[in-house]
Design a protein around this ligand. Sequence first.
Ligand code: AGP
Length: 628
Amino acid sequence: MCGIVGYIGTQAASDILLAGLRKLEYRGYDSAGVATLLEGEVHCVRAKGKLQNLQDKMEGFENPAQVGIGHTRWATHGKPEEYNAHPHMDTKRRIAVVLNGIIENFRELREELKTKNHEFRSDTDAEVIPHLIAEFLSHLPADHPAPFLEATRLAVNKLKGAFALAMINADYPDELIAVRQQAPLAIGLGQGEFFCASDTPALVTYTRTIVSLENGEMARLTPMGVEVYNFGGDRVKKTPRTLNWNPILVEKQGFKHFMIKEIYEQPGVVRACLEAYVNPDWTAASTAAPINLGFSPDFYENLDQIQIMACGTSWHASLVGRYLLEQLAQIPTQVQYASEFKYAPPPLVPNVLTVGVTQSGETADTLAALEMEKQRRHAKGGAYQPKLLGLTNRTDSSIGRLVDHLLDTQAGIEIGVAATKTFTAQLMGFYFLALDLAYRRQTLSNSRLEEIINGLRQLPAQIESILEVQERYVEQLAHRFTDTQDFIFLGRGINFPIALEGALKLKEISYIHAEGYPSGEMKHGPIALLDEKVPVVAIAMPGIVYEKALSNAQEAKARDARLIGVTPMGDQEAAEVFDDLLPVPMVEELLSPILTVIPLQFLAYHIAARRGLDVDQPRNLAKSVTVE
Ligand code: AGP
């Protein structure tokens, strides 16, 4: 969740570190800090609050140091105060360390170190690390060939938890050490300069040649190059890879916020998905397959059930995925909250495909659930062998290294903390997976497949039409709700997860309490909440649940709730029921989630913007949740 950057080379490190932190601020933003090696000392500057506060503090000081580390924090242990901000140092202030993750055994370590006269200055778990390294350093023989690296190796072997680290040492000014254990860390290879970062946006301005560390690996960066070792001290050979995504994705390009820019990127993302996975010439008369996901034949063999692991918005996308996989491909599908799965896994059944869905590719709960499933299936073997698919826009992330198959949702990196384009991209991924399986299992006729695929092809232009006509209207409508305290979102069938998603978007960025319910559940309790102060947003798209969804909306209206309808354009029946309409093009219900979510994203965005809130960096949240 925190952001880490490190630099060693020939340029002024502090400028590069600040620029890198700016790109990583979406990972955490309650305090920040930078440490460089200057005139034989560690020069450390830290500030509470946004990165701008740190930048203001560093303003006007020409710092020529060519090695340093930086950090932007999402607090786990210790309040977001300057004294808890990273980097943290040992008693003699020679070693500076930044941490992303959690050190579970920090209390025991701190007590032990205190008995050896180490002085602690913060409430954090991170602070034990420089002290521990200093302690090991003090016991190494004077002629040890690589004392800083060795002391770090000994220290990390004592740490329990999930962590990524970067550190410098005033006594070893030509070294920067980076460590990975269950939290992401990438090394960037430049010309005579080297970088590390917890996410690649911090690197792409300088280099696209990357080495990803695996769990249990550490790297020594010097001005001469990078060496990677495992925690046992053995040298590990790594093959660099080239990032192929466009750095423009991490710029706002004239938009006020990343979130609104990413909302507008959705037609392009859906188009990219169609281009990547749909056979362009396919018709019902074709003999070739309509969808090509690039999976090997073994992917499709022995597949009786699907289980999906995800969190948050990705969990909502997975609920739509379940609907599609069950209704189109007739495969029984379960959706698990990854954070719950680990502590109450269901009994193992054979021939299961496990799908992990994540926009960051780094969500600790999702990775842990997938890892556990992999282990227990390996242990049982035979028909229980793991078959893991990752559905993500970040194929370069940790999930990419954990699963056997990847479906790239083509959304690229997303910066706004509230997921928008990655959600629609995940939905597209599920459409293709379900249609591919339906074709291979022959659960849909070719003419029905053609109908659905043609419908999918219309979606980019249909999203564009919503974006064109609706934003100003939603902006106006949002004014009414700046003081509203509670919202209810209703949807049925395939649009129930969209109601959940609409409520989550609003909660996350506007801090308004909102709940999503299946429309038919209203009368079983939540209806008691309704009065004229609680607006109800109801999704009602023609299909098997249309009439029912409209009557559920009427029930809310009868309790004086202000009714906002996400309904098909030009629908007279709907116009009579709702107070305000957020119309979307008429499509069949099966395809409607890709359209019905757009007005809900707009609504959340404009209410939050109207309330003057920090849309891209809402309080208490982080884009990648890398702690369990
Ligand atoms: C989405 O708007 C949220 N920020 C959050 O719920 C997110 O979807 C969740 O943390 C899962 O993240 P992931 O997709 O990166 O795994």
